[in-house]
Design a protein around this ligand. Sequence first.
Ligand code: NAP
Length: 244
Amino acid sequence: MSKVALITGASRGIGKSIAMELAKSGIGVAINYNKSEERAKELLCEIKRLSSNSNIYKADVSNETEVTEMVHNIESELGNIDILVNNAGISQIGLFTEMTLFDINRMIGVNLIGAMNASKAVLPSMIHYKRGNIINISSIWGEAGASCEVVYSAAKAGLIGFTKALAKEVGPSGIRVNCISPGVIDTEMNSGLSKAEMNELTDGISLCRIGTPEDIAKAVKFLISDDSSYITGHILSVNGGMNI
Ligand code: NAP
């Protein structure tokens, strides 16, 4: 029986790339989406050719009830979840003093509580079988902090603390918990940045290029492989040397 991975926010961007990479290894993929149903369906068509034990699942990760129901459906349709990638995320640029409580709750809700909801839902089965891999997608701004992305930075820093603490708690149950901290990656999340702003960001990257979603997908593949079997609680920066 092949492994099953739940990737949150897999309808596009980094999550889509992770889904493709894992499907190439024959892993069954549960593609979670919230709004982009058509794109999730298109991705499923591609994925099915690589890994037939795959499907799409709608849930807002910030909603505990929806996440619990989604995990229940995945477990009964695809099998127990061996790998969880907490990738779903949103960013909002603006001065901290201009963020409303709604903005703050939404950003913490999706980026941080979303990862907690999904982890809580998959852990009972992982603990029962004494195996599992959880990967949290944080951000360079969770490590370094970004002006005009204060709430996003706080949520992503929270994911780093969550990774380290959960790794300690569930390590004795044979479960590894790691985190990837991407730098600037070419996805719709950065579509609001002008060419000049992107060039300026590139100037600060040692490897002189913006990252691709595939750069992150390959790091996920490593962290769920046997090659990293003694690595847990680790924060892997994948940023081309932007933050050394
Ligand atoms: P993206 O292209 O904007 O895609 C975001 C994904 O998250 C979409 O699939 C979206 O699904 C999903 N999503 C958003 N809200 C959701 C919710 N409430 N429930 C479920 N899914 C939800 O962003 P990306 O660049 O691929 O980012 C992926 C992750 O990497 C995020 O956690 C982001 O913070 C992190 N990251 C990105 C960068 C970067 O430079 N791009 C850098 C560092 C970290 P729907 O469209 O279906 O709603």
